[in-house]
Write a protein that binds this ligand. Structure first.
Ligand SMILES: [Zn+2]
Length: 511
């Protein structure tokens, strides 16, 4: 018998339809698999046959040919186990499968017939149309992801045996309707484990700089002695950023779903709070921007719609940092391989922290820096000019005075700061209606100039400041963009001298 089973493969973030065609006939027993399978797929036959046997069925003794189409697409991973199992079962007429043409199978099988979750199910669910009669057949461990896409229907099972029973009895009878995201969106920021700015003693200047960065989605860099509290401050950021929209949650969760390890039995949760990713400075190119043999997304994509925080910035491999320039400009990462190019979304706010010099105490009034001037220079030069050029806010972090320790903090809570940030973002949303930009950080220099509405006096102030500080043209427009955000925070239509003066303070490092 010939049978065609529908499934999907991942190509970057995209789910691409794949058919598993199985032809089993009488004759000398044998098994041929064609259609660009990778090793995991090639080995699937052993897993699948053993899983089928443990479900009490027999599919051997046939001359079987399996074709994975389209033939020019490289099929990766173990997600084709389940469609292959149903292909073999139906082609051998071991089971009846009504409505086979409406079923889409994905899942990995273990030798004893357990159905294990696979990555990327959210992408697959999103590519099924709400109106179609299609039913997704998936492992129970992927149910959470499928249920996020409102309107689609799915059947899930823990074992191949259970899956066969449900399909034989008619998938229609077992299909569940995905409830969608809204059902799961009742979390508030307070329920989540994010450090609060009200517990950060002192550091008012730094907190303000981060507020401005968050309001305009500006990249930021903090320079200060070790232990000054840079990392703690940065970790508070997710608590002041605006709630994610439904679309953002789906976009980001989809990437996290593709990054999942196959067979991962941990419960998968949608990403409801803006991600805050902190890759270690020893991170490789692949772990930061993605790729590798399995083409998984990197930290930069996992930080999509959130913050990518690089602590100890100069310790990162320079070529790794340079690779971040593409996503910082384009909001996505393209990875080319022999089989084609895949693109990952990667629109994040980049945050970074560093010491002012190798010993760390160049800015400390109480401790002497022991570094030679050349060593200090070399250290700072590890960060390239073009990368620094993309960091709108550069702030120095003074050490916290000892007298501040133990003092009860009277600082504002993250919730209060967040209100100001959200209204500044709302102003930006209106400003950028009908444009490709969403935030002040993204606007072009022309747009920045226009939106600032500088008076003649303010413009002269900006030009004098740029002259005095030797700003490049790019540096000048960065000044305007940050000024625009500061003015938005105080709900002013035009950018005034006071806003620009504050923006000038956020260039602690170099222009
Ligand atoms: Zn030093």
């Amino acid at each position: 018998m010939f049978r065609r089973i529908r499934s999907y493969c991942l190509l970057g973030i995209k789910a691409v339809p794949v058919n598993v065609e199985v032809d089993s006939s009488q004759g000398l027993p044998g098994f041929t698999l064609v259609g660009l399978p990778d090793n995991a797929v090639r080995e699937s036959r052993e897993r699948v046959v053993s899983a089928i046997r443990s479900a009490g069925k027999v599919v051997t003794g046939f001359r079987t040919t399996v074709n994975l189409s389209p033939a020019d697409l490289r099929k990766e991973g173990s997600a084709l186990d389940l469609p292959l199992a149903f292909g073999l079962l139906t082609a051998a007429e071991e089971i009846e499968a009504p409505d086979l043409e409406h079923l889409v199978f994905v899942g990995e099988l273990s030798l004893d017939g357990l159905l294990k979750p696979v990555r990327g199910v959210l992408s697959i669910a999103m590519s099924l149309s709400e109106k179609s009669k299609d039913i997704l057949v998936i492992p129970k461990g992927n149910e959470q992801e499928a249920s996020l896409v409102e309107g689609i229907r799915y059947v899930c099972a823990d074992t191949l045996m259970e899956c066969i029973e449900k399909i034989e009895a008619g998938a229609e009878n077992y299909a569940q309707h995905a409830s969608g995201l809204k059902e799961q969106m009742n979390l508030t920021h307070a329920d989540r484990d994010i450090p609060d700015f009200k517990n950060v003693v002192g550091m008012e200047g730094v907190k303000r700089a981060l507020e401005v960065a968050a309001a305009g989605a500006h990249n930021f860099l903090m320079v200060g002695s070790p232990g000054a509290g840079k990392t703690l401050c940065a970790k508070c950021l997710p608590g002041v950023l605006p709630e994610m929209t439904e679309l953002e949650i789906l976009e980001t969760t989809r990437i996290h779903s593709c990054a999942r390890s196959a067979g991962d039995s941990e419960e998968f949760k949608p990403v409801m709070i803006r991600p805050f990713r902190t890759p270690h400075h020893s991170a490789s190119m692949v772990s930061l921007v993605g790729g590798g043999t399995r083409l998984k997304p990197g930290e930069a994509s996992l930080a999509h719609n959130g913050v990518l925080f690089l602590d100890e910035l100069p310790e990162f491999n320079r070529s790794v940092l340079e690779a971040l320039r593409e996503p910082m400009e384009e909001g996505e990462i393209s990875i080319s391989r022999a089989s084609g190019t895949v693109t990952w979304p990667a629109r994040f706010m980049m945050g970074a922290a560093m010491n002012p010099c190798p010993c760390g105490y160049a800015m400390d009034p109480k401790r002497a820096c022991t570094c030679l001037p050349e060593a200090r220079k070399r250290y700072q030069e590890k960060i390239s000019g073009p990368l620094l050029d993309r960091i709108d806010i550069q702030v120095s972090v003074p050490p916290v005075e000892a007298s501040q320790f133990g003092r009860k903090s009277t600082a504002e809570s993250s919730a209060e700061i967040r209100k100001r940030i959200c209204s500044a973002r709302e102003i930006q949303r209106k400003r950028f209606e009908g444009t490709p930009f969403k935030t002040n950080a993204e606007m072009t220099s022309d747009f920045a100039k226009k939106s600032c509405k500088l008076s003649a006096e303010t413009e002269q102030f900006a030009i004098n400041a740029a002259d005095r500080m030797g700003l490049s043209a790019r540096g000048f427009y960065r000044l305007l963009k940050v000024g625009r955000t500061i003015a938005d925070l105080r709900k002013s239509d035009s950018v005034e001298i006071v806003d620009l003066s504050e923006a000038l303070r956020y260039r602690a490092f170099r222009s």
